[in-house]
Design a protein around this ligand. Structure first.
Ligand SMILES: [Zn+2]
Ligand SMILES: [Zn+2]
Length: 126
């Protein structure tokens, strides 16, 4: 099985079809593509957007950097970081609602700010 990253030319050629190589997600049984033009800097920027709960901007950024389709960008973003939170964070110390992520520094429900109790996860790609 080849996990060669997709080049911009390939991305243009694949059209509507979904990735046929990359990391296989055991949960949804789809391939999570890797992109030849996604630099570590761009990836860090996109992860930062996701951390700041801006998935739409992250998808736009990924598309701009790699030239991939909207569907692919969403697929990638969904797998690089659990958004929408597949694993909700701990309850807010202030209002008790679950936080968006385990690393949230602020409650989006009541606006309370705090220091995350959970150490940062490294990668969440499966
Ligand atoms: Zn999956
Ligand atoms: Zn709260």
């Amino acid at each position: 099985m080849s996990a060669r990253p997709y080049t911009r030319e390939e991305l243009r050629a694949v059209g509507d079809s979904m990735p046929s190589r990359g990391k296989l997600c055991s949960r949804c049984e789809r391939f999570i593509p890797e992109f030849a033009e996604l630099t570590p800097e761009a990836e860090a920027r996109i992860r930062e957007l996701l951390r700041n709960q801006r998935p739409v901007t992250a998808v736009q950024e990924l598309r701009a950097v790699t030239g991939c389709s909207l569907a692919w960008a969403k697929l990638w973003v969904e797998h690089v970081y659990p958004w929408p939170a597949t694993r909700p964070g701990p309850p807010c110390p202030s209002c008790g609602q679950p936080l968006a992520t385990a690393r949230a520094k602020m409650c989006i429900k009541c606006g309370a700010r705090f220091t995350p109790a959970v150490p940062p996860q490294t990668r969440s790609v499966e």
